[in-house]
Structure formats: structure tokens, C-alpha cells
Ligand binder design. Sequence first.
Ligand code: HMG
Ligand code: MG
Length: 316
Amino acid sequence: MTTLPMAVPAPGLPARVRIHEVGARDGLQNEKTTVPTDVKAEFVRRLADAGLTTIEATSFVHPKWVPQLADAEQLFPLVSDLDVALPVLVPNERGLDRALALGARGVAVFASATESFAKANLNRTVDEALAMFEPVVARARAEDVRVRGYLSMCFGDPWEGAVPVEQVVRVCRALLDMGCHELSLGDTIGVATPGHVRALLTALNEQGVPTDALGVHFHDTYGQALANTLAALQHGVTTVDASAGGLGGCPYAKSATGNLATEDLVWMLRGLGIDTGVDLGRLVATSEWMASHLGRPSPSRTVRALAASTQPHKEQ
Ligand code: HMG
Ligand code: MG
């Protein structure tokens, strides 16, 4: 039995959180070595078996831009029978065509709040990228495909420094207005702190963006991802992105390190009595298995603690 924290609910928090698992995409896109397709497929299957219900599977981007995910066509059919949501990243209509041809039912476009990252990641200005996404979102919606809109660099940018809240709000509004069902606020380089998270969420609400359309996507560069998540939960956010084992980063932002580890998130939520449907023991086993393929230990504190535990596992 897996060691689990004692559940002690705190006031003002949601009863349930939906974890949007990004390890197979955000995690593996950043690995130096390309993981074999069958290993990726087993990773996705194990994540589903651990109870995750939204698993971002891969990206239909230009294979030269992200060679680690160049096998999207081969991978997707190996997992598409799973009874979970398997959204995929598509930057443009070419990506959408590829995803729709394989029967994808959820896609994500990915915008930037800053010009520097829009250029580095998409070879476009912020507004050119939005123009590129418009037909993608319209066509996806016409096919009844769910569309997520990521927004990177919401809290800071490695080239431009601090990012004004109004700049973030403008792009969020544009993504929602073009028809995205939900947004994911990305702290791509992990510089956010809880007050900043609250301020951005409040500013978005003031501009008519409802909290239930928002998810949060924290990278853990400065160890703030869980604190930031708690701030978002206190604000009413119920969708949290996380990456099994803390895999991740972004190949086009060198200061982006691993995402919030799903295990660390599940540990905190479990301790707060918040339901996620995830079996922590199975998830840790999956991340240890993936770490053995990658040849290095998981940076997740929870994975390390549970893997190191030599005591018979018990619930406290
Ligand atoms: P570009 O070079 O400007 O491409 O790249 P283009 O539009 O000029 O097209 C050039 C050629 O690429 C054409 O072929 C296209 O057909 C082809 P040609 O006519 O010359 O033979 N092409 C494609 N081929 C396959 N699939 C496609 C595709 N699109 C064009 N989808 C482009 C523009 C957007 C394609 C490129 O910049 C790109 O693929 N970028 C992706 C970068 C990426 O995936 N970054 C990581 C994900 S974002 C992230 O991690 C952040 C996030 O986690 C949140 C956070 O943490 O902040 C989401
Ligand atoms: Mg990311």
C-alpha cells in the first residue's frame, strides 16, 4: 500500500480538481534523447491506468522544430483506443489536418504573451500567431473538437523580463474570443509567485474571463509551482496541468525546467481532501519506470520519497 498524507481539508477549496497531464508532450519534447514510440505509448497507457483522464499525447508541430515528437503519426494510433481525453498540440492548419486525419478529439493551440517567445517558438509575432490559430480554432469547433488555448510567458519572459498583466489579458481575451473552450496560463520559466497568480486571475475576471475557463500550467524552476497552484485553487481554478515525474521544459525557452510534478500535486491535493481520481502508487511506479528509460532519477520530491521508502507502505 502506498504511503499517503492524512486528509485534512482546508476551507475555500474545490472538491475536485481535473489534472491535465502533460508529461508525454511537455515532458518528452524536452528530452535530449528521443524516446522510442512504443515506450511513449506505454507511458500514456500507464498514465491512463493510474487514473489520469486528460493526457496530452503529443504535438503535430513541424518535426524539425521538435524532433522528439516527430513520431506523432505513429504514436497516436497506438493510444487512441484509450477511454481518456488525448488532446494534442497543433500550431496551424497543417497540424490540425494531421491530427484530424487520425481522429483526434481535442487540440491545443499555443500562443505567447510576449513577442520574443512568439518569434522563438512559432516564428511569428504575437498577432501573426493569433491569425494563424483563428482558422484552426474555427475548423476544430466546426468538427466538434475541443480546443484549448495555451498562453506562454504569462508571468515573466527570459528575454523581456517582467510581463505586464494587461499584455497577458489581451491575448487571453483574443484566444477566448476566437472560440477556445479553455485557456491554460503558462508560467513557462517558473518565475510566478502566489500574489502574482492571484493578481492575474483577478485581472482576467475583471475583463470578463470566467475562472472556470482557466487552467494553470506551472513550471517548477524556483520551487514555487505548488504554492502557485494553491493560490489558483483558492481563486476557484479547478484545472491544473502537471507532468508525471516532473518531466518537462520547453526547447525554445532555455530557462524552462520541469513542470509541476503530477505526484507532488496529487500528494498535496490528497492531503487537502481534494479528489483527483489518481492512484498515487501506480503513478509513482510509472514515473520510476520512465526514469529508468531516460537514465536519470525523477526530480519529483514525492516520487523520490515514495521510491526511497523501505518501510512497508501504509496510509497514515
Ligand atoms: P515555420 O518555419 O514558420 O513554418 O514554422 P511555415 O509555416 O513557414 O512552413 C514551412 C514548412 O513547414 C512547410 O513545408 C509546411 O508545410 C511545414 P514546405 O511547404 O516548405 O514543404 N509545416 C509543417 N509540417 C508538419 N506539421 C506542421 C507544419 N507546419 C508547417 N504542423 C511552425 C512555424 C509553427 C510550424 C513552427 O514554428 C513549429 O512547429 N513550432 C512548434 C514549437 C513547439 O512545439 N514548441 C513547444 C510547444 S509550446 C510549449 O511547450 C509551451 C507550453 O507548454 C506552455 C508553457 O509552458 O508556457 C504549451
Ligand atoms: Mg510547458
